[in-house]
Design a binder for this molecule. Structure first.
Ligand SMILES: Cc1cc2nc3c(=O)[nH]c(=O)nc-3n(C[C@H](O)[C@H](O)[C@H](O)COP(=O)(O)OP(=O)(O)OC[C@H]3O[C@@H](n4cnc5c(N)ncnc54)[C@H](O)[C@@H]3O)c2cc1C
Length: 415
């Protein structure tokens, strides 16, 4: 009997989780699961935040990609060139093709620093950096060690970005780091964002905005950076405002993976996959699904989102193969630890419809929500262990469900 072919594009957070979950769920003689990725370096991306401050080494956050997959999953280390939807086929960099019965797109988001004029020109990786890549994070660590005061500008070019709180966390940690080194009083720390506040969600935005103010970090809003002059040290917005910097820590614009542009019908104008917000089936074809940063869903591009989606998606792929109705259970659930410096962190939990609320997660005895605490900081640090040992292998975590729960949350009474 020929086995059904399930091809997962991308062997990062989402691709690894969904492949391992499907391998556990489906009968081995019913389906063969393939994962394609271009390299063998699985980066625990939340760890990149800590590298510039010397709080983590790259060697601690990178592991071989193939080794994170169940032994029966077939791993192809190749570039994905395109997808031919009409033939149910993926074209790989070595010229070979992978036919599929079901395709799962998990190729994440691509950084596009070249989209901002001047960003990758003079001064790139000398005065202007991004901590969103392993190389950039390591270079920024060396630059921060050399930094002796001046203007440090933290900026995100445009939304969407992965982990929208990460640049804020960088600013908070920079404040801590500079104080530890005794050079905070001779450093102006600036946070420039295209948003109209510190963050996307109004409740969290207000809280995070107050924290920036408390730490004497200048907040510059509606700053749509259009040009960088690394030699002069200026960041200029499309409406003509300029910010001088001695050191720039930026998050470049994001788009979908480049092969999506060469795969007619699969990606939108930004290269993200139009995806049903409840079932995670693509709008392109019934046998094509997506998860993680690759989708166009109106929730955060975050590992937590990818994890909750993987649970729903494994269920729906199994239903699809069995000819059943898909369940409409993904609710946009996201949660993020927000490192705030001085060994503290906040936790926020929300979904498509519900703003972050105070209380505790996942139950009344859990971690405090919307409040700085040491226990959240240790939660953030401990998360890496959970990532490699429970989330990637596709194990369920007791008490953590994909749908957002109101247990432990303080719901405001209707006014
Ligand atoms: C600095 C930073 C901090 C973060 N902090 C947090 C956090 O605290 N909490 C949180 O929840 N999330 C955080 N995130 C976000 C989280 O890491 C991502 O949302 C998550 O990894 C998304 O998973 P994914 O599978 O969609 O994409 P990825 O894990 O990025 O995987 C995509 C894979 O596709 C592969 N690929 C792409 N194109 C091709 C091609 N053409 N051929 C072959 N392979 C290809 C890539 O090599 C990659 O391995 C952070 C991210 C960053 C950068």
């Amino acid at each position: 009997m020929t086995r059904l072919q399930i091809v997962v594009l991308g062997g990062g957070t989402g691709g690894t989780m969904i492949a391992n979950r499907l391998q556990r769920r489906l009968d081995a003689d019913q389906a063969e699961i393939h994962v394609v990725d271009r390299d063998d370096r699985h980066v625990y991306q939340p760890g990149l935040l800590f590298v510039p401050f010397g709080l983590a080494e790259l060697s601690q956050i990178v592991r071989p990609r193939g080794r994170q997959l169940h032994r029966d999953v077939v791993y192809h280390q190749e570039e994905i060139t395109s997808v031919a939807l009409e033939r149910d086929e993926v074209l790989l960099g070595d010229g070979s093709t992978l036919p599929y019965d079901v395709l799962v797109v998990a190729t994440g988001a691509r950084l596009q620093p070249e989209e901002t004029e001047g960003l990758t020109g003079e001064g790139w990786n000398e005065r202007a950096f991004t901590f969103y890549t392993p190389h950039g994070a390591a270079e920024l660590c060396a630059a921060l060690e050399r930094f002796d005061g001046g203007r440090l500008v933290v900026n995100l070019i445009d939304m969407p970005i992965k982990c929208p709180v990460a640049p804020l966390e960088f600013a908070f940690l920079a404040d801590w780091y500079l104080r530890e080194r005794g050079i905070r009083d001779r450093t102006d720390l600036v946070y420039a964002t295209p948003l109209d506040g510190a963050f996307t969600k109004p409740v969290a935005s207000k809280l995070l905005g107050s924290l920036l103010a408390e730490k004497d970090i200048e907040l510059v809003t509606e700053f749509n950076a259009g040009q960088v002059d690394g030699a002069a040290g200026t960041l200029t917005s499309f409406d003509g405002r300029s910010l001088d910097f001695d050191l720039l820590a930026t998050v470049p614009a994001h788009g979908g993976a480049a092969y999506l542009d060469r795969s007619p019908g699969l990606g939108d104008a930004l290269g993200f996959v139009a995806t049903n917000r409840r079932t995670l089936q693509s709008e392109a074809r019934p046998n094509v699904f997506a998860l993680g940063d690759a989708t166009d869903l109106p929730t955060s591009k975050a590992g937590s989102v990818t994890h909750f989606e993987a649970e729903v998606l494994a269920h729906n792929v199994a239903r699809y193969l069995a000819g059943g109705e898909l369940t409409e259970t993904y609710d946009g659930h996201a949660n993020c630890f927000v490192e705030t410096g001085f060994h503290k962190a906040l936790l926020i939990d929300f979904n498509y419809d519900t703003e972050p609320l105070p209380g505790h997660y996942p139950t009344v005895f859990g971690l405090p929500l919307l409040r700085e605490s040491r226990v959240n900081h240790f939660g953030k640090l401990g998360f890496q262990w959970l990532y490699w040992h429970a989330l990637l292998p596709g194990r369920d975590i007791p008490g953590i469900r994909p749908a957002m729960s109101m247990r432990g949350k303080q719901v405001p009474s209707p006014s």
